[in-house]
Write a new protein. Structure first.
Lengths: 60, 182
């Protein structure tokens, strides 16, 4: 199981060269997740919604 | 306890998924899909989420259009409030006003004919609910909603307001007649 002492040590040399998958980078970055969590709903709901409403034509 | 510490392997992405976690995700995902497909289902089979047209209009202009129709096609009045019953020609534009707290006028449509039903509110948001067909549409001030309707059964229908609009909301019930073509 996890050894608390590992948290402060550098990763073992053989892992230092292995590429970390991009998805893992995304899920490890709390501020990126915060940004996506706000930006994605804001764009798809609020901005797209306002665009649709503004495009409603005037009645004849 | 292990959630607070960093993962034991630096690259945890490739760790195999636990069976229980996969089951949990699968059930939640299937349910999400069910909820998603309910929306187009109700559009196609449920007479909800209608493909209506929407236009911007002022209350004054909309009232003028409705009044024009009533002036041209009134056949009688009904109830103590003398609400006009309008019988517009088949295929034409028919107008219904929602206002606190009544539907105006009473429409008399012909069975089997199509009409463009226009809906707008003079004041606050109302809900147009045709009963017992259960056709529901939101009616909003400043906007004219148009939906093409073709009555397929003659009789008397109730127009119930199903969006809370104030103290008289529960009394906001109107009428719509469908008569057989003479």
């Amino acid at each position: 199981m996890a050894n608390p002492a590992d948290a402060t040590q550098r990763p073992p040399p053989e892992e230092a060269e292995e590429r970390i998958p991009i998805m893992q980078h995304v899920l490890e970055n709390p501020f990126l997740l915060l940004f996506l969590g706000v930006a994605i709903p804001a764009v798809f709901y609020i901005i797209w919604g306002i665009m649709e409403i503004v495009a409603i034509p005037i009645a004849k | 306890m292990s959630a607070i510490l960093p993962p034991s392997k630096r690259i945890w992405w490739k760790q195999p998924l636990d069976k229980i976690e996969l089951t949990w995700i699968a059930i939640a995902f299937v349910w999400a899909l069910v909820l998603f497909f309910m929306m187009p289902y109700w559009h196609v089979f449920g007479k909800q989420n209608l493909s209506n047209e929407a236009y911007r209009i002022s209350a004054e202009n909309y009232q003028k259009k409705a009044q024009e129709m009533v002036d041209k096609y009134t056949v009688r009045t009904e109830t103590d409030q003398k609400i006009p019953v309008a019988h517009p020609p088949a295929g034409s534009d028919v107008y219904l006003i929602a206002r606190l707290w009544a539907w105006w006028p009473i429409l008399e449509l012909e069975n089997g004919q199509s009409y463009r039903l226009h809906l707008s509110s003079m004041d606050y948001q109302h809900g147009f609910s045709l009963q017992p067909s259960n056709i529901n549409l939101q009616v909003v001030p400043g906007y004219e909603m148009v939906v093409t309707v073709t009555p397929n059964q003659s009789g008397t229908y109730g127009v119930v307001c199903n969006e809370y609009c104030g103290i008289g909301h529960s009394t906001m019930v109107g009428r719509l007649y469908v008569v057989d073509k003479k």
